[in-house]
Ligand binder design. Structure first.
Ligand code: NDP
Length: 283
C-alpha cells in the first residue's frame, strides 16, 4: 500500500481563505481581530516564527502588533506589558514567543495572559476547559492535527490512537483531543518499553518526539494514519520529521509530509483562535 499524502499546506490555505472571509464580515461590524506578539531577546528561530505570524495576520486582514523587548528585560516589566495588553480592546490575542530568557518564569508569564486572550491555549484554564470538553482556546498544533484529520475525512471514534511524545504543547493535548472525539488513546514516551508493541496497534499514530526518522515501518500498522509533528534537521541539514517517510509511506494509509504537513496548520489555527476571540467580544 502507498499512503495518501495529507497536504497540510493545501488544507491550511483553504482554512485561511475561510478565516479571511470571516475577518471581512467582522470588520464590517466594526471589529478588527488583533494579535499582539511579544518577542523577548534575539533568538534567530523565534524571530522567524514571529515574523511569519505577523505576515499571516496581515495577509488575513488582521491587526498585528509586535512588541520587541531586550534580552535583559526584567520579568516584572514583561508581566506589566501583558497586563496592559489584557486591557487593550484592540487586542484579542496575546502570544509570548517561547523560549524566554532564563531569568523569566515561563509559567508566570503564561498565567498572566488573560484566558480570554490566550490564543496559544497554554493557560491552565484553557487546558482544563479542553480536558472537560468545554469551549476553550485549543493549542494550535494539536488543533491543527485535528483539522487535518477532519479535512481528510478520517473518522476518529472507536479508533486506536497512539501518541508518541507527551509534551504539554503537543503530545498531551493531542491525545486529549482524540479522546474527546472517542478514540482509545495510548501515550508513549521515553520510558515506554517495547514501543513497537504499542505503535503497531495504532489506527492513528501521532509522532511528536523530536528525533529524525524515529518512527520506522516496523512501528506502523498496515493502513494506519501517520501524523508527523516533528521538525528536525537531518545529518545533511535538511528539514525532516520524526517519521522515516519513504519507508512508512509504503505501509501507511495516510501520511503527513515534512515540510507541508502539520507545520502550516499551527499558524493557521493561531489565526483561527484570534478570530474566535474577536468574535466573542460581540456576544
Ligand atoms: P519535547 O521535546 O517537549 O517532547 C518530546 C517527547 O518525546 C517527550 O515526551 C519525550 O518523552 C518523548 N521521547 C523522547 N525520546 C523518546 C523515545 N526514545 N521514545 C519515545 N518517546 C520519546 O518536544 P515537543 O513536543 O515540543 O516537539 C516534538 C517535535 O515536534 C519536535 O520536533 C518539534 O520541533 C516539533 N514541533 C512541531 C510543531 C509544528 O508546528 N509542526 C509545533 C511544536 C513542536 P519524555 O516525556 O519521557 O521525556
Amino acid at each position: 500500500m502507498t499512503a495518501q499524502i495529507i497536504n497540510g499546506k493545501e488544507i491550511a490555505e483553504k482554512k485561511k481563505v475561510q478565516i479571511a472571509e470571516e475577518v471581512k464580515l467582522l470588520k464590517a461590524k466594526g471589529v478588527t481581530p488583533g494579535l499582539a506578539v511579544i518577542l523577548v531577546g534575539n533568538n534567530h528561530a523565534s524571530r522567524t516564527y514571529v515574523s511569519n505570524k505577523q505576515k499571516t495576520c496581515e495577509e488575513l486582514g488582521m491587526y498585528s502588533l509586535l512588541i520587541e523587548l531586550p534580552e535583559e528585560t526584567p520579568e516584572v516589566e514583561l508581566l506589566s506589558k501583558i497586563e496592559e495588553l489584557n486591557g487593550d480592546s484592540k487586542i484579542h490575542g496575546i502570544l509570548v514567543q517561547l523560549p524566554l530568557p532564563e531569568h523569566i518564569d515561563e509559567k508566570k508569564v503564561i498565567e498572566t495572559i488573560t484566558p480570554a486572550k490566550d490564543v496559544d491555549g497554554f493557560h491552565p484554564i484553557n487546558i482544563g476547559r479542553m480536558m472537560a470538553g468545554q469551549n476553550a482556546f485549543l493549542p494550535c498544533t494539536p488543533f491543527g492535527i485535528m483539522v487535518l484529520l477532519e479535512e481528510s475525512g478520517i473518522s476518529i471514534s472507536g479508533k486506536n490512537a497512539v501518541v508518541v511524545g507527551r509534551s504539554n504543547i503537543v503530545g498531551k493535548p493531542v491525545g486529549q483531543l482524540l479522546l474527546n472525539q472517542n478514540a482509545t488513546v495510548t501515550y508513549c514516551h521515553s520510558r515506554t518499553k517495547d514501543l513497537a508493541v504499542h505503535t503497531s496497534q495504532a489506527d492513528i499514530l501521532i509522532a511528536a518526539v523530536g528525533i529524525p526518522n524515529f518512527i520506522r515501518a516496523e512501528h506502523v500498522k498496515e493502513g494506519a494514519v501517520v501524523i508527523d509533528v516533528g521538525i528536525n534537521r537531518n545529518d545533511e541539514g535538511k528539514l525532516c520529521g520524526d517519521v522515516a517517510f519513504n519507508e512508512v509511506r509504503e505501509k501507511a494509509g495516510y501520511i503527513t509530509p515534512v515540510p507541508k504537513g502539520v507545520g502550516p496548520m499551527t499558524i493557521t489555527m493561531l489565526m483561527y483562535n484570534t478570530l474566535k476571540s474577536a468574535k466573542e467580544t460581540l456576544r
